[in-house]
Ligand binder design. Structure first.
Ligand code: NDP
Length: 237
């Protein structure tokens, strides 16, 4: 541990699942971590007590609240945007408001959070967004809105890497495949369908993703930017 000693980090969406694992890892590496939550106050407070991180209620569906949270968090060395939702099903049957809310959380919030963080981010700063292998590959129906949002992050990262590269700030996307969380339980009804297209026929763990985020946030990854980092058990292979 200790690779992020003295660094300041904000994790948007840190109360559960992959985000909570990222909070634990960045805190264990010595970063001063703030994380946001929307619905899971109890889990957020427990995680804060466990890790020494600071929990802050901020709904990622609210663009201005996200921008204000980033600003209030002070100059950040590391921004991780993990908050994300799914809206799975037949597009002909989906509630358009649910799709638009997904876009606000999965696309609008990451974009504005990244831009706001970059205003005061020092040289060596890191912007890391959690996308999905579904940004690259959609082997099943019912994923269109979710996939649209995760592909959007790819263009965002490529573009912002160019915009902020001259200041020594990197922008990267981490693209998990099936990871055992509330969103995608390892024993859920879709497990066999997902495992069938994977090289490793199992779910990954939130800690696996947190390890990749930690590496991207750390001193060894300074030359890595504008890139997609897939960690998917071969889902997209
Ligand atoms: P979970 O549903 O298990 O957890 C989601 C986390 O995001 C929670 O901490 C939740 O906080 C937070 N969050 C959701 N909506 C909001 C919101 N409006 N405002 C603030 N925080 C919010 O998801 P995962 O951990 O599985 O997923 C995390 C990320 O990883 C997402 O972006 C997801 O798309 C991506 N991903 C996940 C995969 C998987 O298989 N699990 C695969 C590929 C990508 P709260 O409960 O407090 O609202």
């Amino acid at each position: 541990g200790g690779s992020l000693h003295g660094k300041s980090a904000l994790v948007l969406g840190g109360s559960r699942g992959i985000g909570a694992a990222i909070v634990r890892r960045l805190a264990a590496e010595g970063a001063a971590v703030t994380f946001t939550y929307a619905g899971s106050r109890d889990a957020a407070e427990r995680l804060a007590a466990e890790t020494g991180a600071t929990a802050a209620m901020t709904d990622s569906a609210d663009r201005d609240a996200v921008i204000a949270r980033v600003r209030e968090s002070g100059p950040l060395d590391v921004l991780v945007v993990n908050a994300g939702v799914g809206a799975f099903g037949d597009p002909l049957e989906q509630d358009p408001d649910e799709v638009d809310r997904l876009v606000r959380i999965n696309v609008t919030a990451p974009y504005h959070a990244a831009v706001e963080a970059a205003r005061r981010m020092p040289e060596g700063g890191r912007i890391i967004v959690i996308g999905s292998v579904n940004g690259d590959r959609i082997p099943f129906p019912g994923l269109s809105a979710y996939a649209m949002s995760k592909s959007a992050l790819q263009g965002m990262a490529r573009g912002l890497a160019r915009d902020f590269g001259p200041r020594g700030i990197t922008v990267n996307v981490v693209q998990p495949g099936p990871i055992d969380t509330d969103m995608n339980p390892a024993d859920g009804p879709m497990k066999d369908v997902m495992h069938a297209v994977m090289a490793l026929k199992r779910h990954g763990r939130p800690e696996d993703v947190a390890g990749m985020v930690n590496w991207l946030a750390g001193p060894e990854a300074g030359f890595v930017t504008g890139a997609m980092h897939t960690i998917d058990g071969g889902f997209g292979a």
